[in-house]
Ligand binder design. Structure first.
Ligand code: 5RP
Length: 227
């Protein structure tokens, strides 16, 4: 099974958690895109809030009813992918998110949802977080102040560049992303708190204890992981 097959499989399973009448949060990324397409194909009577301009545009193009958090500030469910998933002692499921650069809006939409289900192929399941560079969203003018502080924490920060090759990557909220190649994160709660304490950091890609279920697809089908 290819990674894309696994993403398709888990996307198909995840839509089973969505019912008529629900307000649904739409994630961002390749797995979330497959989920959005599957969801649109089911023609359920649902309303949605997207976690990025890209997912918003996709959902609208598929004829889905998409609103903003101003209109729908409480969601029943949020479904999204992740870059890494691990069980964190004392903190439930821990994720690294933000590979697609949408971590801030994703975390905001998660915080508005009663339930967050993370969906992924089995390559995302890890023993310890940190092999995937941890994205940190930073206010533009604060970059010269924030970057050395992230470096002093041993996080090896590197400003993310736009795929077009045209300067820095800019998030939907107009900020920079700094990717931190920190290696194994032994104490994710501590790392999260240290990053959060830096003035100019808007948010980081550690999602600790937020997902209540992980659906992970591999050769044996879709497995469920609880905190
Ligand atoms: C975007 C994200 C994505 O959920 C994460 O990067 C996983 O993406 P993909 O499903 O494409 O592997 O956090 O900000």
């Amino acid at each position: 099974m290819t990674q894309d097959d696994a993403k398709r499989l888990v996307a198909r399973r995840s839509v089973e958690f969505v019912e008529d009448g629900m307000i649904v949060g739409l994630g961002t990324g390749t797995t979330a895109t497959l989920f959005i397409r599957e969801l649109a194909a089911r023609n359920l009577k649902i309303r949605c809030v997207a976690s990025s301009e890209a997912s918003h545009t996709l959902a609208v193009s598929l004829g889905m009813n998409v609103a903003t958090l101003a209109e729908l500030p409480e969601l029943d469910i949020y479904i999204d992918g992740a870059d890494e998933i691990a069980r964190i002692p004392g903190a439930g499921l821990g994720l690294i998110k933000g590979g697609g650069g949408a971590l801030l809006r994703e975390k905001i939409v998660v915080s508005a949802a009663k339930r967050f289900i993370v969906v992924a192929d089995s390559t995302k399941l890890v023993e310890h977080l940190g092999k995937f560079p941890l994205p940190v969203e930073v206010i533009k003018m604060a970059l010269p102040v924030v970057e050395p502080k992230l470096a002093a924490l041993g996080l090896n920060p590197k400003l993310r560049l736009a795929k077009s090759g045209d300067g820095a990557f800019i998030t939907d909220e107009g900020n920079y992303i700094v990717d931190c190649s920190c290696g194994r994160i032994d104490d994710p709660q501590r790392t999260a708190a240290e990053i959060r304490a830096i003035i100019g950091v808007v948010e980081h890609g550690l999602f600790l204890g937020m997902a209540k279920l992980a659906l992970v697809a591999g050769e044996d089908g879709v497995s469920e992981y609880l905190p």
